[in-house]
Design a binder for this molecule. Structure first.
Ligand SMILES: *Cc1c(COP(=O)(O)O)cnc(C)c1O
Length: 289
């Protein structure tokens, strides 16, 4: 495996960053998870745009243009000879001193690109569906650390993941500070009720996922009424179907939430149909390499 760090490729064992990197010391940085399917990078422009927006928001200067970043991502996949890949693109504040002042990170940002494979959940769960639980840790407040920033500061989500695991579940529903359903630890959430699709709006604790947007786009194209609307736990419990979306997880059904069986207790019809449509979309779109 060859890993890109600041324009050079390193073998995995040699791919190292400084212990003074503020990405490590403070989670000071931003990232993207990207997938390629059949030698096409899915929604690459959207991922690069969001990376630069995250960086802009935290005043992190990325020393590449968007075009150069796109080239670096594609080059990393090609060097690793992967037809299907999961790409982790990380930009940290770079090496500084032990204080948190980012102005002292004189060397500038560290850019890391890893192209590998990932299977977030076993195949069985895509067929049978996830059991998930609402956890006590609420999603970051937008006025504190806005969830739209895909930052390396992921403890909020990790705490929720720990709480889900403590309850014997695979995933966690995180609420926003008002008590509405926000999202899961690294995935967006959808429910289906009477043929309508609902997902929380991006305003409070919900990251505007690129997979989420792709599902909304598929729904529109297929005349499935879709709404970005606040959702309570009650509305999840009484839904006909539930599923999660994210680049790593793709589209995965949920069959049980907080002990309540959702619908018939197996992946719903619309969920299965959207999973199929998403698979076709990923195979036919994206930047070729
Ligand atoms: C990345 C991420 C998602 C999913 O977004 P995609 O763009 O679909 O990969 C959802 N929630 C959180 C907290 C995330 O970090």
């Amino acid at each position: 495996m060859k890993i890109y760090i600041n324009g050079k490729f390193f073998e995995k064992a040699q791919a190292r960053v400084s212990v003074f990197d503020h990405g490590l010391l403070y989670g000071d940085g931003v990232f993207e998870g990207i997938r390629s399917y059949k030698r096409r990078v899915f929604k690459l422009k959207e991922h690069i745009d969001r990376l630069f927006e995250s960086a802009q928001s935290i005043m992190l200067k990325i020393p590449l243009t968007k075009e150069q970043m796109i080239k670096a991502v594609v080059q990393t996949i090609k060097v690793n000879k992967l037809d299907d890949a999961y790409i982790r693109l990380v930009v940290t504040r770079g090496e500084g001193d032990l204080g948190l002042d980012p102005r002292k990170c004189y060397a500038g940002a560290t850019i890391i690109i890893i192209a590998d494979k990932i299977a977030l959940y076993p195949e069985k769960l895509y067929r049978e569906g996830l059991t998930i639980v609402t956890v006590p840790t609420v999603r970051n407040l937008p006025e504190a650390l806005n969830p739209q920033i895909k930052s390396l500061n992921y403890l909020n989500n990790i705490l929720a993941k720990i709480e889900a695991a403590n309850s014997g579940c695979d995933e966690a529903i995180m609420l926003d500070s008002l008590g509405y359903v926000a999202e899961c630890t690294g995935d967006n959430i959808f429910v289906v009720k009477n043929g309508h699709l609902y997902t929380p709006p991006q305003c409070m604790g919900t990251l505007r996922g690129i997979t989420r947007d792709a599902i909304l786009e598929l729904a529109r194209k297929n005349k499935i009424p879709a709404h970005e609307h606040v959702i309570t736990r009650h509305e999840v419990y009484i839904s006909d179907e539930c599923f999660l979306t994210g680049t790593a997880a793709e589209v995965i059904p949920v069959v049980k939430v907080d002990g309540r069986t959702i619908g018939q207790g197996k992946p719903g019809k619309l969920t299965l149909s959207l999973m199929k449509k998403f698979k076709i979309l990923t195979a036919q779109n994206g930047v070729k390499y």
